[in-house]
Ligand binder design. Sequence first.
Ligand code: BES
Ligand code: MN
Ligand code: ZN
Length: 498
Amino acid sequence: MEFSIKSGSPEKQRSACVVVGVFEPRKLTLSAELLDNAARNHISDIIRRGDMEGKVGSTLLLHNVPGTLCDRVLLIGLGKEKEFGDKEYCEAVHSAVRTLNETGSFDGTVFLTETAVRKRSAAWRVRQAAMVAQQTVYRFDQFKSKKDKVRRPLRKLTFVIDRRNELTAAEAALSQGQAIAEGVALAKDLANLPANVCTPTHLADTAQKMAAEHKLDYQILERDEMTGLGMHSLLAVAKGSHQAPKLIVLQHKGGKSDEKPVVLVGKGITFDTGGISLKPAAEMDEMKYDMCGAASVLGALKAVAMLKLPLNLTVIVPAVENMPGGAATRPGDIVTSMSGQTIEILNTDAEGRLILCDALTYAARFDPETVIDVATLTGACVVALGHVASGLFANNEALARELLHCGDEAHDRAWQMPLWNDYQELLKSPFADMANVGGRWGGSITAACFLARFTRKYTWAHLDIAGTAWKSGTEKGATGRPVPLLVHYLLKRTGKLN
Ligand code: BES
Ligand code: MN
Ligand code: ZN
């Protein structure tokens, strides 16, 4: 889809459709009022008859509105004016774009970006609108032999801002929104692929293509090299699978050469059967999503590369399949991680931490400013936070606060959980330096505590996205989270946010 920004009045737009908002109950926004004035109360008459209350996301499409230059007018409900916040705004834009796409408008001129949203700037509204628009038209139909095509899909969206002097900031926000949306789409595409297609090798190939397209430094460590480095924890997970493990490293060098990089590490289990500690059959197909951490850090990197952000960003993806083959690791096996610490693998289904710990040890080589890992790490995190917030853990309070704030601003929220030493005791092993599981209670915390033992050398945060990375049920599909949070954080670091 093509996007542009302008300022102007709604009745003067030559467009297939002009989109304006209506608050509940039946209160016109400023742009809706301008249209109504030009149309000699045509719109307020219709609304008074009770055709539109203004509930969030509700729609009313009007044809032949007098006094205007557009083919149609689309009214979008915004809910109560006092309650109009991030969620309501995104829902309104989503509903507008869906309706435009389904009703054969080739282009749309959207005035929703003019309406004030609590605590948010005009740039925020534009950035968010571009993202939501792209996500609304996202489809994953590459395996459908008959695609249900939209007859005349929406091709062009114009967002209107009320002040000309905001144009430059809005243009920048628009590119940012588009780049984040591209990153989200990449993350969704990779995650939605079935595990027979999206293997560790496929992730490595994708990374290589990204490197060529965006001029990134690229390196893949194969099994032999990982053996040489002593990554026996990661390799223990790979043993039961016929798929070769890969450690993918991509670097965007947009900053000064002496500037320390931010390192993002993404869990890339392309399928998690549980290994010998086999998972139950129900919904096991969803374990193709166990590489959503990997997909999200690649998505974030894509956005950063598209925007050519002036910072150094390193992305590390340990990519492994967790299968119960004849050579698979057994419960009770003890391995030595790259850090030298030994691990008793009591449960082969706690494999995410086993590949991450070696990737996190490897991350120290890049002399990082900050390391953030992203992982569909624990079912316990879903129990704790449901599908709304990602779990956030950090060994540095300032970093935790910053990420929480970015999640809030990007409408991709996280919630902090404790990393107190009191929980470390649960990882005691009678035979090795630690066990890979900490028992039934506080599962997402003990998983994070395990990782914390490998990240003492740098400032580190961990995002458990088990509940937020994909949706189950009839709407099954990847969400692309936390790409918006991560890119927001990186944009903020470079001072590029308005
Ligand atoms: N990938 C899973 C976590 C997961 C499960 C995410 C369900 C989303 C939905 C992870 O590898 C896993 O299996 N974790 C175990 C850990 C346990 C064995 C300590 C879990 O959460 O049950
Ligand atoms: Mn598992
Ligand atoms: Zn897993």
